[in-house]
Design a protein around this ligand. Structure first.
Ligand code: ADP
Ligand code: MG
Length: 605
């Protein structure tokens, strides 16, 4: 008996759909790209329930003939290439002729479309690859595609979707990738009847402002400088943030020939150009547009991949880095941050340097241990670790290299010893403890951060954060995807002591913050939390909590350069050694290190 048979188209399409359409965001991308390929100047996106229930794209593009409308949903039906050779001169976004076939295989699709030259348009309804209706209709020029109940016939896929908030963020991010390269096309994005973005036709800069800033104020883009480099190989244009305006939360966008791309290697080039100009973990924001001969890049990659291969990446790396450096006017000394010098450090900018130097202020009077020690005001929670016993925490999953070298039972310092030992501070950075085994060196900032991290985790889980009202509420303005993210994090942020109130569709007012932050502005911490959650793709509540605790601990921990009293040091070290993991941070950074007898004696032999 023969056992091989051809799969029906509907099944083959469903399988192919698994590759092209993974989530609502990929469906949106395909639909909007089609509208752009059809020459639309105005594109409306209407979404319901983060795309689960409805994803609709309305354009004023070329429209389709009756015949084309039907053909468009067949696999490998495309108007964009005819022969393999065409692949190398592609100027359109789509070319595989897979998207519509895939979408209609896994959803209920209704489309109306009309060309300018036609009196009547075509209405087509397809459910799971089966045409259920095709008839003439009256409709405006252009195409209107409604994709309902995505994955209605693929329950596994449907179940695989993340929370509405996460899927909505994915949709918005996908949308940003497109709208940022098409400022000459007007877009709107509506979610559950609420207009999240309204983007009129304008310049690239105006588009960036409309998405991330506020077109009425133009504050966002005024923090950027232009880059512009033309070479035979590549043209690089765009905007890079002035170093002093960088924050922990960065918008980093590369585009090549009108297409968004991720490119870790080129990211490195930009970061290198900023080296020495950014403090701490600040990241540069940038919007960089490459134009290159299509033959020098590989476009025939998987449709959902955003990595693109260039023929001559090393040369482009150099050109990009030089271009960013030039824009930053960075041919002078980078500021040195010296924590031994207290007070204000202001490195004067040389004449005709277009970039002003970052201004760093260190408040010599600031003391986190004022009155009561900030980590002792909380009642210690008995058995807090049991709270997390069955939750996989990062800290527990990390293998600590030094624990491999020295077995865990070799304890460097026992809590009883801490009660009586001597403690010295060295260089405003280390706590030195003489022990029976040698001199123990403890990094004061990391030690405190590790202690605070555990306390914050417990406080979030138990909604026990202590809140301090802000004298002057601060306002945080966010693009739509981050508004969604913040809403997602809100319960945990409140649990730890943030008091936030939505002010407008794109802003929150911060009325209070965790008391451990003391006089520090809560905005950078909130931005850091969001940036980290985004970067790490944290998608569970436990991961969010860990991130909130990490960012807060990092900010609230005593900085280098702060002098500590013996009591403060003892208190800190005591709390530290009580932690299960007190030798290294969750990210592997060393907290304490022993200079043993042998090493010391060697110096005198
Ligand atoms: P591809 O974009 O790779 O060609 P698609 O499946 O996305 O494949 O679309 C198939 C064809 O349907 C396109 O080549 C185009 O001719 C037509 N089409 C799709 N969407 C639109 C639209 N919004 N306006 C006009 N034509 C469209
Ligand atoms: Mg397409």
């Amino acid at each position: 008996m023969d056992i091989i048979h051809l799969l029906p188209d509907s099944v083959a399409n469903q399988i192919a759909a698994g590759e092209v359409i993974q989530r609502p965001a990929s469906c949106l991308k395909e639909l909007v790209e089609n509208s752009l390929d059809a020459g639309a100047t105005r594109i409306q996106v209407i979404v319901r329930d983060a795309g689960r229930t409805l994803l609709q794209v309305i354009d004023d593009g070329s429209g389709m003939s009756e015949m084309d409308a039907r053909l468009a949903f067949e696999r490998h039906a495309t108007s964009k290439i005819r022969e393999a050779q065409d692949l190398f001169s592609l100027r359109t976004m789509g070319f595989r002729g897979e998207a519509l076939a895939s979408i209609c295989a896994v959803a209920q699709v209704e489309m109306t479309t009309r060309r300018e030259e036609d009196e009547t348009g075509t209405l087509l309804e397809i459910h799971g690859s089966n045409v259920v209706r095709q008839e003439p209709c009256s409709c405006p020029i252009g195409t209107n595609i409604k994709v309902s109940n995505l994955f209605f016939n693929v329950p596994v896929r449907r179940k695989f979707l993340k929370s509405d908030q996460t899927e909505l963020r994915n949709l918005l991010n996908e949308f940003y990738h497109i709208v940022l390269v098409y400022p000459k096309v007007a877009f709107t994005f509506v979610h559950n009847d609420e207009i999240l973005l309204e983007l009129p036709i304008g310049t690239e800069k105006q588009r960036i402002e409309a998405v991330f800033g506020n077109p009425k104020k133009n504050v966002y883009t005024s923090a950027f400088v232009d880059i512009n480099t033309e070479t035979e190989l590549v043209s690089i244009r765009g905007f890079v943030i002035k170093p002093e305006a960088a924050t922990r939360k960065a918008e980093q966008y590369f585009f090549v020939n009108g297409r968004y791309m991720r490119h870790p290697y080129f990211l490195k080039a930009v970061q290198t150009a900023y080296s020495g100009m950014l403090t701490n973990d600040y990241q540069p924001s940038f919007f960089i547009y490459f134009t290159i001969n299509p033959e020098a890049i590989d476009v025939n990659i998987h449709p959902t991949k955003t990595e693109i291969k260039f023929a001559d990446e090393q040369t482009i790396f150099q050109i990009l880095m030089a271009s960013v450096r030039e824009a930053l006017g960075k041919f002078t000394l980078a500021p040195q941050i010296d924590f031994d010098t207290q007070g204000s450090i202001d490195i004067p900018a040389p004449q005709n340097n277009p970039v002003s130097r970052p201004h760093l202020t260190v408040d010599p009077n600031y003391n986190p241990f004022h009155a009561r020690s900030s980590y002792t005001q909380q009642q210690p929670v008995a058995n807090w670790e049991s709270l997390y016993a069955d939750l996989p925490t990062k800290a527990k999953n990390v293998i600590y290299p030094d624990q491999l070298e020295e077995p865990a039972e070799v304890e460097l310092l026992r809590p009883e010893e801490v009660e009586t030992c001597s403690l010295w501070q060295y260089a405003g950075k280390y706590i030195i403890v003489p022990t029976a085994k040698g001199l123990l060196l403890i990094n004061q900032h990391r030690a405190h951060a590790a202690v605070l991290y555990q306390q914050f985790l417990v406080q979030i889980a138990q909604t026990q954060g202590s809140m301090q009202q802000l004298l002057f509420p601060e306002v945080i303005t966010l693009p739509p995807d981050e508004m969604v993210l913040l809403a997602q994090l809100l319960p945990d942020l409140r649990a730890i002591g943030f008091e936030l109130e939505q002010l407008s569709p794109d802003s929150y007012s911060v009325l209070g913050h965790p008391s451990q932050l003391e006089a520090q502005s809560p905005i950078p911490v909130l931005q850091h939390i969001m940036q980290q959650v985004r970067e790490r793709g944290a998608d569970t509540q436990q991961e969010w909590r860990e991130q909130i605790a990490t960012s807060l601990a990092e900010t609230a921990a005593v900085p280098y350069g702060r002098s500590l009293t013996t009591e403060e040091m003892r208190d800190m070290v005591l709390h530290l050694v009580e932690l299960k993991n007190h030798r290294r941070m969750a990210d592997g950074k060393i907290i304490m290190s022993l200079l043993n007898d042998e090493e010391i004696n060697k110096r005198f032999s």
